[in-house]
Design a binder for this molecule. Structure first.
Ligand SMILES: [Zn+2]
Length: 288
């Protein structure tokens, strides 16, 4: 295992050489983005990353900054940010059937009309997929052969229901070889901090739990990243194409002693600050 540069635990054995911090300043807040550089190296034109915490109610303010990041890569608007009303499911939406691009996906109150936990598209469709998390795993994915990209929200329920295998199956049925899949798992609660009950462990197929459950003081602790890694390997995704080295949202501490990521488990229990959200995104710049 590679040592983490700052205190706190990383969520998986692999380090995260492909994620690089970049400071951006959304209106009314500040956030850093860890770019998922492994994905942009794998598929030209991909712009993808994971933000640090944004305060409650401000997560949509990040999208102008993500647009600026896209513009910096030579991609002019229009971009259509697509957010979900996340429901801890394995439901993956795609633009051809679930909504009309450009028509907007929000109620007048700003709530997404799209219920589900995954979004997938193809190069050239001009979407900016966004998922929000605060301990669950944001999964960003590309398929180089299909020119496809996706963003998933994988909490334990979604992971147990198989949202990642569902995506990989959709791509396989579209003719994509698993060797074309590249995945980047973003900051989430690590097994260091994720004590779970027996009902959670029982929800998973035993083969997906290999090396994913540790007993600490007699209580099971779950590595959601290891579950997702196991599922990816089962589907034939090469191990070297899964970046699972993101920090733990609950215990990671940055150079300034701050807790950069939103963590539902930490913040809701302590009541010290409202629970914000970490925002993850992926888009493909056309013509690259
Ligand atoms: Zn932790």
């Amino acid at each position: 295992m590679t040592e983490a540069p700052t205190r706190g635990n990383r969520t998986a054995a692999a380090d995260a050489p492909t994620q690089r911090a970049k400071e951006i300043q959304p209106a009314g807040s500040s956030a850093q983005v860890l770019e998922a550089e492994g994905l942009s190296r794998a598929m030209p034109g991909v712009v993808a990353g994971f933000s640090t915490a944004l305060p409650p109610g401000t997560d949509r303010e990040l999208t102008p900054q993500i647009r600026a990041l896209l513009k910096g890569r030579g991609a002019e608007d229009p971009w259509h940010p697509v957010l979900l009303a996340q429901i801890h499911s394995a439901r993956i939406l795609h633009p051809e059937s679930q909504w009309v691009p450009g028509e907007g996906t929000f109620t007048p109150e700003g709530r997404s009309c799209l219920e589900g936990d995954g979004l997938q598209g193809r190069r050239g469709d001009g979407h900016l997929f966004v998922v929000k998390t605060a301990d669950c795993v944001p999964v960003l994915a590309v398929h180089t052969g299909l020119g496809a990209y996706a963003a998933l929200h994988a909490g334990w329920r979604g992971a147990a229901e198989g949202i990642l295998p569902h995506l990989l199956d959709l791509w396989a049925r579209a003719g994509g070889d698993p060797g074309g899949v590249h995945l980047s798992l973003g900051p989430h609660i690590g097994s260091c901090c994720y004590e779970v009950g027996p009902e959670c462990v029982a929800a998973f197929h035993p083969r997906h739990l290999r090396d994913a459950v540790a007993q600490t003081q007699g209580r099971p602790h779950l590595s959601l990243a290891q579950v997702l890694v196991n599922q990816a390997r089962e589907a034939g995704v090469p191990a070297g194409q899964v970046d699972a080295g993101a920090p733990c949202t609950r215990c990671h501490v940055d150079d300034r002693g701050g807790a950069p990521f939103a963590s539902y488990r930490r913040d809701s229990r302590q009541g010290t600050r409202p629970v914000g959200r970490n925002v993850s995104f992926i888009a493909v710049v056309p013509g690259k």
